[in-house]
Design a protein around this ligand. Sequence first.
Ligand SMILES: O=C(O)CCC(=O)C(=O)O
Ligand SMILES: [Fe+2]
Length: 296
Amino acid sequence: MELTHFSPDAPHADIVAHLRTFGYAIVDDVADPELMDRLAGEAAPYIDAAGTGRDEYDGRHTSRAGALIARCPASRELVMHPLALGVVGGFLDHVTSFQLHLTQIISIGPGESQQKLHRDQMAFDFFPFPDDYHPQCNTMWALTDFTVENGGTHVIPGSSAVPDDDALTMPGGQVEMRRGSLLFYDGKVLHGGGANRSDGPRQGVNITYAVGWVRQEENQYLACPADIARDLDDDLLRVMGYQEGAFALGYVGDQEDPLAVLRGEHRKKKTIGEHDRRTSDHRRFVDELGDDALVR
Ligand SMILES: O=C(O)CCC(=O)C(=O)O
Ligand SMILES: [Fe+2]
């Protein structure tokens, strides 16, 4: 089936609304080709060195290179892209903070078969989150074009709250998008990488975000060594997890702010009470990205 595409100047609220209803949204031509070139150049040695997966799920012809914040400065611009953060912030509007969950370039090589359809929230120990509670919001940036032939992601629109047996009978579609375009999908929608029947790799930059109170899929504190992290922007560090995930989560030592501790400073963590949980520095930053960023 045909999947819905938005233009990059579509209101965030429209993209969030589609994501809430169908579990995915595609936005065309979001990132500059120059940024994608820079990222491809920075990532190439890591993609080559990552090796291929050891099972059908990871893909025996697929490589997955992570730790992008430390390895590829260009990736930081995608993590912090105003459209990505605006939509993710709107979609995960039910929490005090959200955080980076993982960074991974998924390079599906020629000869790869279709990945099993799955729901990414299974990573949380298969916890049965209620249908209306979303623990994560995912992005996939096209580093190469995504086509039917090279393994564009399969998605079953509207499957997020439908049990597997029924959802697997629903019509699906494959994500076709140009390099620099952006796929959003929630943690509940059935999806999976496509089979690559072309003669080149299909590369996507998977950057996912989760609510602030869960464990991150990729350990950001070790994936990005402190010597590198110390010099990153405050807003990026907060997204990486150097903030309170919620009331009392993530402080260091004598109830100190993790960002201050990283910088060798001493500052007590802020108190986030029930009455002001919406006013954390992180939320304010995201909310100010655009008037449409906050969708209540
Ligand atoms: O590469 C893709 O298109 C999707 C991969 C995926 O869904 C996953 O590995 O969890
Ligand atoms: Fe997935």
